[in-house]
Design a protein. Structure first.
Lengths: 274, 141, 186
């Protein structure tokens, strides 16, 4: 029979090799699916805040798995756990780790960016773990939304806030918000993804999506505002004069932290409190 | 350069779901535009029946002294038509472009309800760009 | 207007914009999760997925027609071929083939070569009755209804349920005449 022969049957999803992550579907297919997600959720809510919350929840479920996949998709066997363990080893220099990872998976690219950044910052003697994790998030954005965010800024008014801005968020591409829905933004879904990724990586945060009017533009751009949790702030305070190893140690030592269990593929990530 | 007077989109039951006029000629109030839409819907259907050609899909072009009317009907029954200065070129191409904008900015919008009047800001923005004369001229290439 | 030749599914898929298939897969997964939480009953989830697919189908058909230049099909056989060869390819990037025609040409099967919806998915014991991909059958049904074909679309083989392929059965129930329904009382 035509076609059918191409499918291999796996009795268990765990036996199936993890896809390489290169596959694509048309952006229309995603747009229609997302549109239906919004329409369905509209039938389930009484108000706009509730709709936003439900979209964010859906996004969170995606984000948690995005992180997991990026961590697994690693040809040379790097995983979150090995990566973190490597950082523990004092004799491994940042440069060595960087060169090991430079050609690796998206996750490692993320870390690589992060390392570059830290190497530059070392002279200042202060580490900024937020920026690191934001870079990482941006890297996820590149993988999943085809590009790194248009801009990444630290909030000027609040130290614990970061903003990722997009002229045109993928999910908002075809969507016109009716006037009676006020400031509602379907980017809540993307905010949920970012929150899922950050949470899984040990940076719990409140993430929200906002329209920001742009001068000379018809359409406002969407800003994803990230406000980190208190525990992240406390950790940051402890890291005031640390170095990169300390940062990683601190990440691992933080009560809310994630212990990655990566012994088998496809598992949902294991969020165990230590 | 020839001008486009107005654009109509009619749903499959003959209801006007979008109307826009460009420039001063042929400007109409809401009632008139609704009337034109339902009139055209019926005429289009009758033309299919009257046509000696088997499988005729209805009028594509109506040429009058003071205007041309180009119509495109999709297989789903949605009709788009433009009224323009006689002899305006590339209208079939333009209708196709507008149809694609409709599939993008109307049908993919979760806040658009099928068969209802189109109120989508992004559709308006992209439409006004597509309908600019220099853009339309490019369709000839 | 001179008829334009229909484009092949591959050509269309190559020319449209793409997104990462995982984002698509995971988003679909999030939808199924929401439904399972909201509706609780697996049977209700199947129905809702089919309904959501239908809603997508009635919208998506116009884009399909606009991008593919497909004109009116002469018969249901051609329709099924077009869905399999162009439809699935252009949106999901997967090929499909048509088999198992019945004698009078009103019922056939579409077998998918791949299915991006099910990556990373395994049905837990509590969801054994779930037709995880029911959205696809709804899409086909909705899209065909917009071009005057009432159909019934069901999964006859589903790899998540242990079968060896993904096979959709499409059954033509009624072809609504395309002319303007003057005789209707409406």
């Amino acid at each position: 029979m035509i076609g059918a022969g191409k499918i291999k049957q796996y009795s268990n999803v765990l036996d199936k090799p993890l896809s390489k992550g290169k596959q694509e579907v048309s952006s229309s297919a995603f747009a229609f699916l997302f549109s239906e997600l919004v329409q369905y959720n509209q039938t389930q809510v009484d108000n706009i805040a509730e709709l936003e919350r439900r979209l964010e929840d859906a996004g969170y479920a995606v984000g948690a798995r995005v992180l997991e996949l990026l961590c697994h998709r690693d040809k040379n066997g790097f995983t979150c756990e090995t990566t973190f363990n490597m950082f523990y080893l004092d004799h491994v220099s940042i440069q060595e780790i960087a060169s090991l990872m430079s050609s690796n998976c998206n996750f490692c690219c993320g870390i690589f960016d992060l390392l570059n950044f830290e190497a530059n910052r070392e002279t200042e003697g202060k580490l900024d773990c937020w920026v690191s994790c934001l870079l990482y998030t941006a890297q996820c954005g590149k993988c999943y939304f085809g590009k790194v965010a248009d801009s990444l800024e630290k909030g000027t008014e609040h130290e614990d806030e970061y903003m990722i801005s997009e002229k045109e968020l993928l999910v908002n591409r075809f969507i016109s918000i009716p006037k009676d829905m006020g400031t509602f933004n379907c980017g809540a879904f993307v905010a949920g993804i970012v929150r899922g990724v950050l949470d899984g990586a040990g940076f719990p945060a409140v993430v929200t999506a906002h329209f920001v009017p742009m001068e000379g533009q018809h359409r406002p751009r969407t800003t994803i505002l990230i406000k980190f949790g208190e525990e992240v702030l406390r950790r940051e305070a402890r890291l005031e004069h640390g170095n990169f190893n300390d940062l990683v140690k601190a990440i691992i030592a933080t009560p809310v932290d994630v212990k990655y269990t990566i012994s088998f593929l496809h598992s949902s990530y294991d969020l165990s409190h230590e | 350069m020839a001008a486009i007077y107005s654009l109509y989109i009619i749903n499959k039951s003959g209801g006007l779901i979008f109307y826009k006029d460009y420039g001063s000629a042929g400007r109409m109030d809401t009632n008139d535009s609704l009337r034109v839409a339902s009139l055209w819907h019926s005429m289009h259907a009758i033309s299919q029946q009257l046509s000696p050609t088997v499988g005729c899909l209805g009028i594509e072009l109506l040429e009058a002294d003071t205007f041309d009317l180009h119509c495109f009907q999709s297989l789903t029954g949605t009709k788009l038509f433009v009224v323009c200065e006689p002899g305006t070129q590339h209208m079939e191409g333009l209708l196709k472009v507008i149809y694609e904008l409709y599939t993008d900015y109307v049908l993919k919008n979760p806040f658009y309800e099928m068969e209802m009047p189109i109120r989508c800001e992004l559709f308006d923005i992209n439409l006004s760009q597509a309908i600019q004369k220099d853009r339309v001229a490019l369709l000839g290439r | 207007m001179a008829p334009v030749a229909p484009r092949s599914g591959d050509a269309i898929f190559a020319s449209v914009e793409h997104v990462n298939a995982e984002l698509f897969t995971l988003t679909y997964g999030a939808i199924v999760r929401q439904l399972l939480t909201d509706l609780e009953e697996v049977e209700e989830v199947n129905k809702q997925l089919d309904q959501m697919g239908y809603n997508i189908g009635v919208r998506l058909i116009d884009e399909f027609l606009a991008k593919s230049n497909v004109s009116r099909c002469v018969d249901f056989k051609e329709t099924a071929d077009v869905i399999a060869k162009i439809g699935f390819k252009m949106f999901l990037g997967v090929g499909a083939s048509v088999t198992n025609w019945d004698a009078d040409g009103t019922c056939c099967s579409i077998v998918l070569e791949d299915n991006p919806l099910v990556d990373f998915v395994e049905l837990p014991d509590t969801c054994q009755g779930l037709y995880y991909c029911n959205i696809l059958s709804g899409v086909v049904r909705g899209a065909l209804e917009m071009v005057s074909m009432k159909t019934e679309v069901t999964w006859v083989r589903d790899m998540l349920r242990g079968d060896d392929a993904f096979e959709l059965q499409v059954k033509l129930l009624k072809q609504v005449p395309e002319e303007y329904p003057y005789k209707d009382d409406e």
